[in-house]
Design a protein around this ligand. Structure first.
Ligand SMILES: N[C@@H](CCC(=O)N[C@@H](CS)C(=O)NCC(=O)O)C(=O)O
Length: 219
């Protein structure tokens, strides 16, 4: 099996989705760590002109945008399948993946998780309480909607793990380290239980911030 290279920064939830998908597939992959502060370097911009992570490299093929990468992996590594065949379940998967990108990440995670976890840990910032408070209404909507779509199912798109679970779980995991999680998670026992199931998966255990930091040091 040819090698998949993931250009990523430890702690990046989008990158973790890609690495977790590779783990679920039992793929031959390795981390190419992007050093913090080098995302605007000419080398990285040549891979990703928008200066973000992750970037996937496979047989000389370079691909960025996490959804595109996840779908590429599911097509090139077909087992286990991570895309439902049923049209309605597939539509749910696509819907949840877009909720992740448009509503969970933008204006919710990139404010609350950044202010509470990533910024303090990587840049030593003091959380901006007003920015967090302003993000809470959208956060409540995002979590109640994800819980509604999950309902009583084991996974977000139905009975089986899909790309939606792998895209969303790394982002939500960060919230459990914030005081806001007590309010955002508490009303949604099904979502909290789903997250616990996701975090127990070997693919998620293999791609924690700590584990990927070790991979980065060894690379
Ligand atoms: N739409 C991109 C978003 C990727 C993204 O925002 N990645 C974050 C890390 S999780 C990043 O690179 N942030 C760096 C920055 O904003 O400068 C994707 O789906 O891959």
């Amino acid at each position: 099996m040819s090698e998949f290279i993931v250009h990523a920064i430890p702690g990046s939830p989008f990158s973790r989705s890609v690495m977790a998908a590779l783990e679920e597939k039992g793929a031959n992959w390795r981390l190419s760590p992007v050093a913090p502060g080098t995302m605007r370097s000419p080398e990285h911009l040549a891979h990703h002109p928008f200066g973000r992570v992750p970037v996937l490299e496979h047989d000389g093929f370079i691909l960025y945008e996490t959804q595109a990468i996840l779908r590429y992996l599911d097509r090139t590594l077909p087992t286990p399948a991570l895309t439902p065949t049923d049209a309605k379940r597939l539509a749910r998967m696509d819907q949840v993946m877009n909720i992740n990108d448009w509503y969970l990440f933008h204006g919710v995670a990139n404010v609350i998780v950044f202010q509470r976890v990533v910024g303090p840990r990587l840049m030593g910032i003091i959380p901006d309480e007003a920015a967090i408070e302003a993000a809470m209404p959208k956060a409540r909507t995002v979590f109640s909607e994800l819980a509604r779509l999950l309902g009583g199912q084991p996974f977000l798109a139905g009975d089986a793990l899909s790309l939606a679970d792998l895209l969303v779980a790394p982002g939500i995991t960060f919230f459990t380290a914030t005081p806001e999680w007590a309010e955002l998670g508490a009303p949604h026992a099904n979502l909290v239980a789903w997250l616990a199931r996701m975090e127990a998966r070997p693919s998620m255990k293999a791609t924690t911030w700590e584990r990927v930091s070790e991979l980065a040091k060894a690379a």
